[in-house]
Design a protein around this ligand. Structure first.
Ligand code: NAD
Ligand code: ATP
Length: 524
């Protein structure tokens, strides 16, 4: 072996070491320093080549280029990870600051109750009421929500209108599984067994502790049939069940113009009053299509009372109740336990580049279907950098991105090629819109992650975010959108149960997998 060949062999070995170092860096354990060092080492081990052989020179040059490229990749990756970690830190700080403000503003009992309410959602088990009328440690009790309405000098005068909403209990149903298997702990340290029996095959039942007293109507505007049905249902609920009725300010005006009989109905005058509505309303009735359910959900920035959605639209994925049978349906829901689907919502924050160093104080925007980031009027591809917690996910180059709940999986995300997901599956859908790449398949991520979508500074165009198809917001270079699952789901009453209703919707609404059956006769 000549001297030059030996030098090149050493150089090759160093390059291999450099590759290994940069792979480590990619795994997050090594910073850019190591790759820089390895690149410098690569140069150090590339002795000046005296041979005049042009191939050897070429090879040495190629090795130097490889070393340099590896360094750039590792540096870029580490910078992105550091930036993502910084965003996450800021987001957590913002959340903590908000929680702190809440503690100062609210009464401490309320905050504690809210935390207990959240914790209780994690330990769902069929439980009977204890002596005090609470559901005990194993149910999901509505009392924690009731105590949002804490006493104090600043309570709204509108508390006079109706009493407190009635308590209810939520419990797991187990589809007739009576063998007690569902009582297993999720992880048993004593026996070392890991079981998922606790989590599967469950329906959630809602049982009123006493009959509901207050119903809020949310109705599709500009529809004579919806208006007529609303006034008929309000009369029926008042006369047969002595129910207090809330309607939106617009509907209140319409009903009062129609007949002074409706003097008893209540409404709200401003956002502040709207914010306390969840403490007074036992049940929400929606009259319209899916858009009306989305609208009803958007009225509540925190807890939402259970929704009974009557179908008066064309598709009605989330509206299982037939409006012609409203007496029977409402009668059942008011008097008997019923199954509900807890539809998760996403809370979204827009963080402007200009406000990067400040703690964001704006209210989150809650969506039931999805948040979409698209190219708006721009004719350029969107260019979006996406992170999941502190990990880089991908860059979206195309028409945009849909971050969807599982309820929204049958809406825009489906049209963009995303999978249909049962609304009780805990996940977040990550669906590109017309990606300019052959391999960008949609993803489903676990519900506990925080997603960040950032418009990079070198993006050619602006991006636009919209929330359940409404409220478009422009995102400029450096701006980011942060999304995570909200602790406040939308509970919707089921006509049969969560799965039956979902399958009925995809069969009847979308004609899913409809195909003529093959004839029996066939070639031998
Ligand atoms: N290409 C598309 O499919 C497309 C484009 C824009 C918006 N959308 C959807 O429209 C929603 C807004 O609905 P809208 O009623 O206010 O607007 P809209 O009146 O334009 O109706 C959109 C259609 O989507 C259906 N829809 C809404 N939510 C659904 C769900 N969860 N599952 C199945 N179908 C659903 C509605 O029934 C309606 O037929 C957005 O959240 C978005 O998901 C879809
Ligand atoms: N109470 C409300 N106030 C204001 N806007 C509403 C209200 N309810 C519904 N909308 C809006 O009206 C539009 C149509 O409503 P919806 O989707 O319920 O009816 P639809 O279009 O007839 O039903 P489908 O979508 O099933 O065909 C939606 O964009 C929705 O946001």
């Amino acid at each position: 072996m000549s001297a030059d060949e030996a030098a090149l062999k050493t150089c090759h070995e160093r390059i291999n070491l450099s590759v290994a170092a940069s792979h480590q860096a990619e795994n997050g354990s090594v910073t850019t320093v190591s790759s820089k060092e390895s690149e410098e080492a690569t140069y150090a081990f590339l002795p000046p080549i005296e041979s005049t052989d042009a191939h050897l020179h070429e090879f040495a040059e190629a090795m130097r280029t490889v070393g340099k490229a590896l360094r750039q990749v590792a540096e870029g990756k580490a910078a992105a990870q550091a930036e993502a970690a910084e965003w996450k830190r800021k987001y957590e700080a913002e959340k903590a600051a908000k929680a702190h403000t809440h503690v100062i503003k609210g009464c401490s009992n309320c905050v504690k109750d809210k935390l207990e309410h959240l914790a209780s959602k994690l330990t769902l088990e069929t439980a009977s009421a204890d002596e005090t009328g609470c559901c005990g440690n194993h149910g999901i009790c509505s009392r924690q929500i009731l105590q949002d309405q804490c006493p104090g000098p600043n309570r709204k005068s509108d508390d006079r209108i109706v009493g407190r909403k009635v308590p209810f209990r939520l419990s797991w149903g187990s589809n007739g599984d009576k063998n007690g298997q569902h009582k297993h702990d999720f992880v048993s340290f004593e026996k070392g067994d890991i079981t998922t029996a606790e989590r599967s095959n469950k329906q959630i039942f809602l049982k009123w502790d006493s009959p509901p007293q207050t119903v809020l109507f949310v109705t599709k505007p500009n529809s004579n049939s919806v208006h007529a049905l609303c006034s008929e249902m309000v009369r029926w609920l008042k006369e047969h069940n002595n129910i207090n009725i809330f309607v939106e300010p617009r509907v209140s005006k319409e009903l009062l113009i129609e007949d002074s009989y409706f003097n008893f109905i209540q409404t709200w005058d401003n956002d502040q009053e709207m914010k306390t509505l969840h403490t007074k309303v036992d049940l929400i009735v929606t009259l319209g299509g899916d858009g009306t359910v989305l609208w009803a959900a958007s009225l509540f920035k925190g807890p939402v009372p259970p929704v009974v959605a009557f179908s008066l639209g064309s598709l009605g994925f989330m509206t299982p109740f037939p409006s012609e049978q409203y007496r029977e349906c409402l009668g059942n829901v008011l008097k008997r336990p019923f199954t509900i689907t807890l539809r998760s919502r996403l809370q979204c924050h827009v963080i402007r580049d200009a406000a990067k160093d400040e703690v964001e104080t704006g209210e989150p925007i809650l969506v039931l279907n999805e948040v979409t980031i698209d190219r708006g009027m721009s004719s350029y591809l969107t260019y979006l950098e996406c992170y999941c917690d502190s990990s880089f996910v991908t860059c979206v180059q195309g028409d945009g991105l849909i971050i969807s709940t599982t309820s929204g999986s049958t809406a825009y995300s489906l049209a963009a090629g995303g999978s249909m997901v049962h609304p009780q599956v805990p996940g977040i859908l990550f669906t590109p819109i017309c990606p300019h790449s052959l391999s960008f398949r949609p993803l489903i991520l676990p519900e506990y992650v925080t997603l960040r979508v950032q418009v990079p500074f070198n993006s050619r165009g602006q991006a636009w975010a919209s929330f359940d198809g409404k409220g478009r917001i422009q995102l400029g270079p450096g701006d980011a959108l942060i999304c995570s699952v909200s602790p406040w789901p939308l509970p919707t009453a089921c006509l049969v149960d969560s799965t039956t209703d979902f399958l009925r919707s995809i069969h009847e609404g979308l004609h899913w997998n409809l195909r003529k059956s093959q004839a029996l006769d066939c070639p031998a």
